[in-house]
Design a protein around this ligand. Structure first.
Ligand SMILES: [Zn+2]
Length: 94
């Protein structure tokens, strides 16, 4: 009996192993949060003042309160958050 190679497992001299991959948070890197002002001056120029990059969300959330002391008319804000993630096989290949 002649063995018929399975093209999905062998291609030339390469052998492939199918792995189950998982995507999750990267424990070695910190999240980054930034809150910025979306207010405008009387000429329609965006303010864009921001909290700077903060690893702690609560620290970033303090920015609108300090900014409002100087610009009480600026009441719109946006938040950007970076969540580092990592892909890893469920089981490392041998
Ligand atoms: Zn502002």
């Amino acid at each position: 009996m002649t063995e018929i190679p399975n093209p999905f497992l062998r291609a030339g001299r390469r052998i492939f192993k199918f792995l189950v991959w998982r995507l999750g948070p990267d424990p070695d890197l910190e999240k980054v949060h930034l809150i910025f002002c979306e207010g405008e001056d009387e000429n329609g120029v965006p303010c864009r003042a921001n909290s700077g990059e903060c690893s702690d969300l609560e620290t970033a959330k303090k920015f609108p309160f300090t900014h409002a002391k100087v610009h009480p008319e600026h009441r719109s804000y946006g938040r950007l958050s970076y969540h580092p993630m990592i892909m890893a096989p469920q089981e490392e290949p041998a």
